[in-house]
Design a protein around this ligand. Structure first.
Ligand code: COA
Length: 325
């Protein structure tokens, strides 16, 4: 028994945050941002939480798979920006969809989160525990960005992507690889709660700057340029195939320079690597499923194709999966 992805969906909030708008907020310019990152604009969820984005992506994925919410056995949401500590994002989505049969939980693996969720779903399905699983990557990163910090505010955006994964006689997820190096966690960090030094005392309100994403960009760049290819090598080895046998590479959209590094490292034709970072920026766990949903919508996914997904980022984490359409 294996598993297969049968539906893809995405939702991007309508409000655009362009490079020229960022020029008004911080000392930066369009040319610098495009050259260093490849990003031209990103989306911002004004007045909408992560659950709202996730539900819209989930509905699109269910429609693509031809499934009703009541058929779901499990919902796994990958996010670093849940609306609440509890209920989980997955439980909020379950309630909103009316997926009354489903178990639901969140995972936190930052930009590798969707690939982690896929591996967990595949493992449950291969074990015969469930029939139909919804996996989500959904973020409202704009809520944890300090828009006076030019080293981070140019990179991140909001969005959600989803996929329906079903038990299948075919092996639609032939190989996966998950990895983390928590010792490097400090290079990309967003604080959740202040320490309770005086839990009964009066607390000063937490400023956005103390909770915002803080990043040593150069170190994250170095990590990504070495660990994304290592995860790709490992998942190819596990599947017993070479990169030439892959139809599409779908990398986490963190920085066009990282994607170009992957293209150079494997001598890939550019048209085999899906890129939409110019329009959406880095939406962390949501980038890969948003790419997949766009590819589906644009007719780029054909039956029998093999895709390599690779995620990397906060944790620090890295993960790769090969999927067959
Ligand atoms: N606009 C203009 N100048 C900027 C700037 C901005 N938005 N942000 C930083 N700079 C400046 C720096 O202050 C520095 O100036 P200095 O030389 O006078 O000190 C100069 O540009 C170079 O900065 P540096 O940080 O070395 O640039 P970089 O080439 O490493 O690019 C990132 C910065 C953030 C784009 C890059 O490090 C990156 O993308 N890292 C990976 C981030 C990532 O993917 N994170 C998510 C992981 S999932």
């Amino acid at each position: 028994m294996g598993s297969k992805i049968t539906g893809f969906g995405a939702y991007l909030p309508p409000q655009r945050l362009t490079n020229s708008r960022l020029e008004q907020l911080v000392e930066t310019n369009d040319e610098w941002i495009v050259q260093r990152t490849g990003i031209r604009e990103r989306r911002i969820a004004a007045g909408e939480g992560t659950a709202s984005l996730a539900v819209k992506a989930a509905r699109a994925a269910l429609a693509d798979a031809g499934k009703e919410p009541g058929e779901l056995d499990l919902i796994i949401a990958a996010t670093v920006t849940p609306d609440c500590f509890t209920p989980s994002l997955a439980c909020m989505v379950q309630a909103e969809l009316g997926a009354g049969r489903a178990a639901a939980f969140d995972i936190s693996a930052a930009c590798s989160g969707f690939v982690y969720a896929l591996d967990i779903a595949d493992s449950f399905l291969a074990a015969g525990k469930f029939q139909t699983v919804l996996i989500l990557g959904a973020e409202t990163l704009s809520r944890i960005i300090d828009y006076s910090d030019r080293s981070t505010c140019i990179l991140f955006g909001d969005g959600a992507g989803a996929a329906v994964v079903e038990a299948s006689a075919e092996n639609g997820v032939p190989a996966t690889y998950l990895w983390a190096d928590g010792t490097q966690g400090g290079v990309l960090r967003a604080q959740a709660l202040p320490l309770g030094e005086d839990p009964l005392g009066v607390r000063a309100p937490q400023s956005i700057a103390s909770r915002a994403v803080a990043m040593a960009g150069g170190e994250v760049l170095r990590f990504s340029l070495s660990e994304a290819p290592r995860a790709m090598d490992e998942v190819l080895r596990r599947a017993g195939i070479t990169i030439d046998e892959i139809d599409w590479i779908v990398p986490h959209q963190a920085n066009k320079r990282i994607i170009s590094g992957i293209i150079r490292r494997y001598h890939l034709p550019e048209e085999k690597v899906y890129v939409n970072i110019d329009r959406f920026g880095n939406t962390s766990s949501a980038t890969i499923p948003i790419c997949l949903a766009e590819m589906r919508e644009n007719g780029l996914l054909q039956k029998g194709q093999r895709l390599l997904l690779v995620g990397f980022g906060g944790g620090l984490t890295a993960a790769a999966a090969i999927i067959e359409i």
